[in-house]
Design a protein. Sequence first.
Length: 218
Amino acid sequence: MRLVLLGPPGAGKGTQAKVLSQDLNIPHISTGDIFRDTVKENTPLGRELAGYMQKGVLVPDDIVNRAVFERLKKEDASGGFILDGYPRTKPQAAVFDEMLKKSGMSLDIVIYMETSKNIIVKRLTGRRICSKCGANYHITNIPPKKEGVCDACGGKLIQRDDDSEQTVLKRIKIYNEQTAGLIDYYQDKGLLCKVSGDLEVDKLNRVLNEFFVKEGLL
Ligand code: AMP
């Protein structure tokens, strides 16, 4: 199954992708995670990426497309994947279509997680991530047992540079300008399935599971 999760930052794409990846037994591929790992390596490319990401602007399409191309070549993606955060512009979607076509593959479904702006802002500004294992928390919705400490590995919880309110508002604006057009793009291809990203994690997960069962995919 080849699946794309589409939606604004803070829709919960990463959270749902992690659960779906286990349920469907296919890898969760997040371009944001790939870039954050590259930033940690502190190479010239990592430093270039950090510049874009801290400002909340998009990484240039050619860098993104190359990263996705390399990731999809890996063996674990041959049986399907869940893409989270890609494509994010129409040129990326066009290159991705070509990439799939050349490999004799096609997308099965694009899940669009429609989400309200006030919910996005609350979720992202309250989000904390583990600096060691990357686990996600929220100061009120998913608090850790001990404040500032990861339940899973004991790592320190931090706020992502791009989760400050000012940067979140900028990311939403960029999403509306550059990514939201993909809703129609995939609707026209008959691939879009719309769900509410406003729902709590477990509830949305149940909705998605029911959908996959109904479609005979789970
Ligand atoms: P995310 O974790 O998906 O919110 O991504 C974090 C940041 O990585 C974004 O704000 C962008 O700077 C960059 N990024 C991730 N995916 C893409 C993409 N498909 N195109 C351009 N930039 C991206």
